[in-house]
Design a protein around this ligand. Structure first.
Ligand code: GLN
Length: 429
């Protein structure tokens, strides 16, 4: 699609905050992404384009430089078509907290697309971009991928440089790809992953580690897949349970061995995640004081962002530090240990991505705890820094839902391989 066609189609979807009509997203070379169009979540700096994080705070912030991932995309011939809508500063699970209005789910009209990478995912699902980049702090790539019926992948923490990504919660944030197929997601990941000394948490791994696309292997036989008993009790929709059960059965039919594992503290992951996020997000937003960029955040932001700033400030204050935050850090290491133990006897964990179907845009959720409940299966992965991906598994009353595949640290290739194997046995669903 050319920019005018994208703008026309986007009138109904609102996946973009800015469509590039002036050639600012042009490639600088030719390579693996030549001929491909890419939508970028608007919290990733693209020189010359509006990187406003869907917030009034940064409403006039045209990025003066390219993020590491954008430099790589341009060098490999990728064409950036625009800046995608998102939950404000990536705080949300539905796409509704954007200051630019909510995005439609192209795969389930009238419903939320999920979030916070709502626009990136919808752009791919609606065919307005071949590929997209999102960021995932607690599920923001995987949750919308599940709701919109596309593939999404969150790499091991440190595999993709965060240089040029506007922080939400630094110790949890990772950039990752969205695409129609596992092959395409692996291709984009191969381009954007790699060491970068401008991000101190960027890992330096052997060159061959990053050749995800070339090494893809869909063989599911001889594979041990773990399923946590605790997943069942938390799935809130019978239809999702059926889709996930049948997905696991199909994998067994293809030769995988199912192993039941335990995650006894799974329900602690949500409060642990949110405590960590409040504190880190509060600290990340202190630079938006209205002096250097745009407006003072507290003066113009939406309700959810303000809630996080206020709670983060309260929790960070001296007398409460030992009471909440330190406890949250302890709980985080407990959850990490537990999930690593569950992974130790298997190749990957498989399970649901979201506990419930995306709600209708006409019936917004007002209780934040009900909204946070979408994240129950995705946040443990970020707390532990693991790789995880989502691949379409089936539909419930016409609404897509995805299978989540979780791997050991640095087993990004294994996760992508299992996703591809699953995609191959699920083509006609
Ligand atoms: N829904 C989660 C939150 O609101 C995850 C957001 C994200 O991954 N950026 O914090």
């Amino acid at each position: 699609m050319n920019p005018q066609e994208i703008q026309q189609k986007d009138k109904h979807i609102n996946a973009f905050i800015a469509v590039d009509t002036e050639g600012k997203g042009e490639p600088t070379g030719e390579g693996k992404l030549s001929g491909r169009t890419i939508a970028i979540k608007s919290n990733i700096n693209v020189e010359g384009l509006l990187t406003c994080c869907a917030s009034k705070t940064l409403e006039n912030y045209v990025a003066p430089y390219d993020a590491h991932v954008i430099e790589r995309i341009r060098k490999e011939g990728g064409r950036i078509v625009g800046m995608a809508n998102m939950d404000e500063f990536a705080c949300g699970a539905s796409g509704e907290t954007s200051a630019y209005g909510p995005t439609q789910n192209p795969a389930a009209p009238g419903r939320i697309p999920g979030g916070s990478s709502s626009g990136s995912t919808a752009a791919v699902a609606a065919g307005m971009a071949d590929l997209a980049l999102g960021s995932d702090t607690g599920g923001s790539i995987r949750n919308p991928a599940s709701h919109c019926g596309v593939v999404g992948f969150k790499p091991t923490y440190g595999v993709v440089s965060r240089y040029g990504l506007v922080d939400m919660a630094m110790s949890l944030d990772q950039i990752g790809p969205l695409a129609h197929t596992v092959e395409d997601a692996a291709l984009l990941l191969s381009v954007v992953a790699g060491h970068d000394n401008r991000d101190e948490t960027s890992l330096k791994l052997d060159k061959s580690f990053y050749q995800f696309h070339d090494k893809l292997n869909p063989d599911l036989s001889c594979l041990k897949i773990g399923y946590a008993k605790e997943f069942d009790g938390l799935i809130a929709d019978e239809g999702i349970r059926e889709v996930i059960n049948s997905a696991v059965e199909r994998m067994q039919d293809a030769g995988a061995e199912l192993v039941k594992v335990d995650l006894p503290n799974l329900t602690k992951a949500l409060p642990t995640y949110y405590l960590n996020v409040y504190v880190e997000f509060f600290s990340a937003t202190r630079k938006f004081d209205g002096r250097r960029y745009g407006h003072k955040i507290e003066d113009v932001c939406g309700e959810e962002v303000l809630r996080r700033i206020l709670l983060g400030s309260y929790i960070s204050s001296k007398e409460y530090a030992g009471r909440y935050y330190r406890k949250a850090l302890k709980a985080r290491s407990l959850i990490r240990k537990e999930i690593l133990a569950a992974l130790s006897g298997v190749d990957v964990l498989v399970g649901p991505t979201v506990p419930k179907l995306p709600h209708k845009l006409s019936e917004p959720i007002t209780d934040p705890r009900v909204m946070y409940a979408y994240d129950v299966f995705t946040v443990p992965v970020n707390l532990a820094g693991l790789p995880a991906g989502v691949v379409p598994a089936g539909k419930v009353g016409g609404v897509p839902t995805g299978l989540q595949v979780i791997g050991k640290p640095l087993a990004d290739q294994t996760v992508l391989d299992v996703m591809l194997g699953f995609q191959k046995i699920s083509r006609n669903i």
